[in-house]
Every structure is written in C-alpha cells, then in structure tokens.
Design a protein around this ligand. Structure first.
Ligand code: ADP
Ligand code: MG
Length: 319
C-alpha cells in the first residue's frame, strides 16, 4: 500500500516539529494553519526558495544532500540578515512516495533543522516532478536586521570562507566524482553562516549571502546602497584547489561560480578588529577583499565577467 499524505507527514516530518512554547509554536502541523508567537520586541524575517531537480541540483544528488540543501539555502538568507531561525514550512512535490528516498531526505533536512534550532510548522505535499520549496521565518531585535542597502563609500568589503570551492565541487560532481567524495563537499553540504551573520549585527553596514556569484552579489549591495564596489583580485581568498587551476579559471570560479552560501558584507574600517575577532571566535576565515566607493556597480580590476551570475530567464545582472 502506498503511503497516504498523512502517513508520510507523520512518519517522516512530524519529528521535525517540536511544538514547544519555547519555540513560540502555539499550534504546529495538523491544522489548517500554524499559530506562531514572535518574541516581543523582535522583527519577523521571511524568505522562500524553491529547488527544482536538474535546475538547482543534479538529479543524481543523494536525497540526504537534497534535504540538507533545501533548508541550507534558506537558512543562508536568514544568516545574511543577521536573523535567528525560528520556523519553516515545507512544500514538497514528489514523483512518488518512495520511502527510502523520503527517509534519507528527512534525515538530511532534520539534522540541519535540529542543529540550527528551527522547527517545521506546516507544509504541503503534492505529486509531480521533484521540487522542494521551503519558507523560513526568523527574528532579529527590532530594527537591527542586516540589509543590502546600508553600504557607504569608505566601507570595506569582506567575504567569509573560500568562494569558488562550491563551483569547483559542482564541476567535479558533473565530471562523475561521487557526491560523498570530500572534493565535492563544499557544493554538496553548504553551511549557512548563521552564527557569523548574527555576530555581524551592529558591525556590518550591508550584507548578502553569495548565491549568484561573489561579483554579482556584491553588485546587488552596490545597487541597493547606491554606491560602487571595487574588489581587489589580489586579496581574494583563493583556495588551494582553485589556485591550481590557473589564474583566469580560478578568478572566474571565485567571482562568478555561485552557490557559495558565504556572507559578503560591508563595514566601516573601524569595525575591522571586531570582525576579525568574531571570525576567530567562530573559526571561520573572513577576508577584506575590497572597498565601497562613490559610483555604481561592482567590479574587479583584471577580471571581465562573461555574464555575471546565473539568471533563470536570461538577461544579465547589472553588476
Ligand atoms: P489543507 O488541506 O488544509 O491545506 P493539508 O491536508 O495540505 O491541509 O495538510 C494537513 C496538515 O499537514 C497541515 O497542517 C499542513 O501544514 C501539514 N503538512 C502537509 N504537508 C506537509 C509537509 N510536507 N511538511 C510538513 N507539514 C505538512
Ligand atoms: Mg485547510
């Protein structure tokens, strides 16, 4: 007997739904809507992302990695705003109720949900080509969220981690390296920078998570903030695996590879010691890679992008 929608939810997803008052969940999965209470004095942040098989991840990616990724890319948006994760909803479209697939998917999703302290509060389950939509809800003290529009001329530009390693991992995956190989890990298991994002509240003037590619995403900060961003190629934190590719390819992956889920942010030079201290405390590499100036657009001297960032409907980003 195939699983009914209700059995499927009860078996695989209800354990991700701690309906405890400390999570602010008055009523979780099972009714027509969830009832949620935001802590007093906080702003609610909401973000949604869909992953379509074959578009956002290779169809061969393991279900455990798909479950992780679907939540990770959403948590990364909360990280970029400095928010604390609270709740998520899950809209799942599946070709069939394959139990082995569901168990592995729920394990990947659940492990990250538990370690990030986010509770599943509802969703929708439908049949069709594999696609996963997650909406996350988070909170920050009122008025303190990190936004894209606060960069000012004179600020420094920073990035966490090793941008480009994810694109390199995807390239290896597409060349047939299995997804459990550590060489693909940065692509397969993106780590949302939640703790670091929260540490940036009060330090960063603007922030974004790197999903389209470092240069394109820096361009989004520039555009929203009404200024220009200059990235210095010599300051880019090229990982060893990238540097081995040769300068041009390494720069392209680092600046336009995408799917990094690192944080790119601006901060006044006076904040640099605090940024360094937060990075050291969290054991996360973080590098000053450029600066904010008058003007518009983001550029990196010595690198000319063929196209900046991935666009589902064509066109090019104004970076
Ligand atoms: P309705 O018909 O009122 O929209 P559903 O029958 O779709 O409700 O869902 C029943 C309950 O199960 C709801 O509380 C809904 O939020 C929850 N739910 C459905 N699918 C999922 C899912 N994939 N993950 C978590 N909760 C789900
Ligand atoms: Mg209903």
């Amino acid at each position: 007997m195939p699983l009914s929608e209700f059995q499927l939810i009860a078996r695989y997803f209800e354990s991700l739904a701690p309906a405890s008052p400390e999570h602010g969940v008055v009523l979780g999965i099972g009714d027509d809507a969830a009832i949620l209470q935001l802590p007093p004095g906080e702003d609610l942040l909401v973000s949604i992302d869909t992953l379509v098989s074959g578009v956002h991840f290779p169809p061969t990616l393991s279900p455990r990695a798909i479950g992780h990724r679907a939540l990770a890319v959403n948590l990364s948006d909360l990280a970029a705003m400095g928010a604390r994760p609270l709740w998520f909803t899950l809209a799942l479209t599946l070709p069939d109720a394959n139990e082995a697939w569901l168990a592995a998917f729920a394990e990947g999703l659940g492990t990250l949900a538990r370690s990030s302290g986010i509770a599943l509060v509802g969703g929708d389950t439908t049949r069709g080509p594999l696609s996963i939509t997650i909406q996350v809800h988070g909170a920050v003290a009122r008025g303190t969220a990190l936004r894209r529009d606060g960069a000012r001329p004179g600020d420094d530009l920073w990035v966490t981690g090793r941008p480009g390693l994810s694109a390199l991992g995807l390239r290896r995956l597409q060349a047939g390296v299995p997804d459990e190989d550590p060489a693909c890990a940065v692509f397969v298991w993106p780590e949302p920078r939640l703790a670091f994002g929260r540490a940036l509240v009060g330090l960063a003037t603007a922030a974004i998570d790197v999903s389209d590619g470092l240069l394109a995403d820096a361009g989004h900060i520039a555009e929203r903030s009404g200024c220009a961003i200059e990235i210095e190629a010599t300051r880019l934190p090229l990982a060893e695996g990238l540097a081995a590719l040769g300068r041009e390819d390494a720069l392209a992956l680092c600046l336009a590879g995408g799917d990094d889920y690192e944080l790119c942010f601006t901060a006044p030079p006076s904040a640099a010691p605090s940024v360094d201290a937060a990075a050291a405390r969290l054991g996360l590499p973080c590098r000053r890679i450029g600066r904010v100036t008058e003007g518009h657009g983001a550029r990196c001297a010595g690198y000319s992008p063929p196209t900046t960032g991935f666009q589902h409907f064509g066109g090019s980003t104004d970076a």
